[in-house]
Design a protein around this ligand. Structure first.
Ligand code: F0G
Length: 459
């Protein structure tokens, strides 16, 4: 099967002009903003690859949905439509809308995660881990060891290691494990997929030990695409059937709909069990809103329902993943190291390897992010020691094994020309990389420093 589509799977009907800036202007802006890219006003960014969350282009059908959305406080028809779509794809009957993914995590975790609990999974996303730790519980990473190397050919680097998972089940009292979590795709591991055979094996193990199984399904359709194209047994399966098989017999899911449902804002908790739904409903009303909108507008719920089907269209996925992989290939051709194989939503450049003259303590991935902005007006994000923050007890830096620059690709937003431009700017930087200087932090807040900390160049 040829997995590449030779053109984008969409026509552009509404265009947003890019404001062109000059390198001199960007040099001044980055200095004024203390080399922190979160502080750059968006009109001063030409190609924004900070995230693929809430940054996709809605379709004409979704736009029509936004207009017809039912904004009733209670009993919105748009909620019913969204509920039917989620139920059709996941099989879960009880749906709680939330304002975004972490809202869904808050609702679910408030209901079932307690002090001293243990939640095993495949490299939990930051907000998920934070919600677990906020409740004095522990997230245990059971991802396969292959995920720790930046480059190996494993086609499903998001897989869970069944031995690690079973070890957690064996040494933890059952009542201390509220659920096992499979994140598809595994964002923190580089947008890496989990195979269906691994999902089925985890289900079996959870059943044996009578532990609930949940999914973080932010990028579920991209995961299904990798299953179809990399797992022989499922080659002939339609994407929707693969999705249904992934979720079958599980206990529920949380979703940040800003990713694979291609809406600017929204999320949900989806549950099999009515009793758990009733428990979660209380927290939903408390934190999110009434049960038929939960922080979303009627229009957004319509768009979400439509987005869930558009995102599971094979040709859409083929075009999307082809674009991300094309970017990876072009960057690699410039001799720049990256996480391989490239995942579903982003390319992760190995800045630590690319800039060996810059030590961890001078944040090589932040240095590369700044250089990419200055040279090309492109914004990526540091996934390394800056993001890892200080140890909360010792206040020491937590130096990371890998200093990565993530270039996330929003859905249906860029053309391949934009991707070629990004790779060529990185290629230019690579030629003069020895001139790049390290950075030091001159001010930082007590937590979540990456959003606001200030840097200065090291002499
Ligand atoms: N789970 C995963 C796997 C995510 O990637 C994210 C967000 C969330 C949960 C939280 O969802 O932002 O809607 O509250 N990831 C974004 C990113 C922020 O850039 O990767 P949210």
């Amino acid at each position: 099967m040829n997995h590449e589509l030779p053109f984008e799977s969409y026509l552009i009907s509404v265009a947003r002009p890019i404001k062109i800036t000059a390198q001199k202007e960007r040099e001044q802006i980055i200095r004024e903003q203390y080399y922190n890219l979160f502080k750059i006003p968006s009109p001063k960014v030409m190609i924004d690859m900070l995230t693929d969350s809430g940054t996709g282009a809605i379709s004409n059908e979704q736009l029509a949905g936004i207009i017809v959305g039912d904004e009733s406080y209670a009993g919105s028809v748009s909620f019913e439509k969204m509920k039917r779509a989620i139920n059709d794809i996941t099989g879960f009957n009880f749906i709680i809308p939330t304002h975004q993914g972490r809202g869904a995590e808050n609702v679910l975790h408030s209901a079932i995660v307690k002090d001293g609990d243990v939640v095993p999974g495949n490299t939990h996303f930051d907000t998920t881990k934070a919600h677990i730790e906020f409740r004095r519980a522990t997230a245990v990473d059971c991802t396969i060891d292959e995920s720790k190397e930046t480059s190996n050919e494993h086609p499903f680097r998001g897989n869970l290691d069944l031995k690690k998972l079973e070890a957690v089940f064996l040494k933890t009292p059952k009542e201390k494990i509220p659920f096992t979590l499979i994140t598809i795709t595994c964002n923190s591991g580089g947008g890496q997929p989990v195979s269906l055979s691994n999902i089925l094996a985890v289900k079996k193990l959870c059943k044996k030990y009578n532990i609930r199984l949940f999914f973080d399904m932010a990028r579920f359709a991209e995961n299904a695409y990798f299953i179809k194209t990399r797992e022989k047994e499922y080659q002939s399966w339609p994407i929707l059937d693969i999705c249904r098989e992934m979720f079958k017999d599980a206990d529920g899911a949380t979703m940040s709909a800003k990713k694979d449902a291609i809406v600017a804002m929204g999320g949900f908790v989806a549950l099999k069990d009515e009793e758990l739904y009733q428990k979660c409903a209380t927290y939903s009303i408390l934190f999110e809103g009434y049960l038929t909108y939960g922080g979303m507008t009627g229009g957004t719920m319509e768009a979400l329902a439509i987005g869930l089907y558009e995102t599971t269209d094979f040709h859409y996925l083929q075009s999307r993943i082809t674009q991300v992989h094309k970017l990876g290939r072009l960057i690699k051709e410039c001799g720049i190291p990256l996480i391989e194989p490239v995942g579903g939503h982003a390319v992760y450049v190995d800045a630590g390897k690319m800039l060996p003259h810059i030590p961890h303590a001078q944040y090589p991935a932040q240095v590369l992010a700044v250089a990419l902005y200055v040279k090309g007006g492109i914004r990526g994000v540091e996934i390394g020691t800056v993001l890892a923050d200080r140890d909360p007890f010792t206040h020491q830096e937590r130096f990371q094994d890998h200093e990565l620059l993530r270039l996330a690709v929003p859905r249906r937003t860029f053309t391949d020309n934009h991707m070629a431009y990004v790779a060529s700017v990185l290629g230019e930087i690579n030629k003069e990389k020895d001139k790049l200087k390290g950075l030091k932090i001159i001010w930082e807040p007590p937590i979540l420093r990456h959003f606001t900390c200030r840097f200065a160049e090291v002499d």
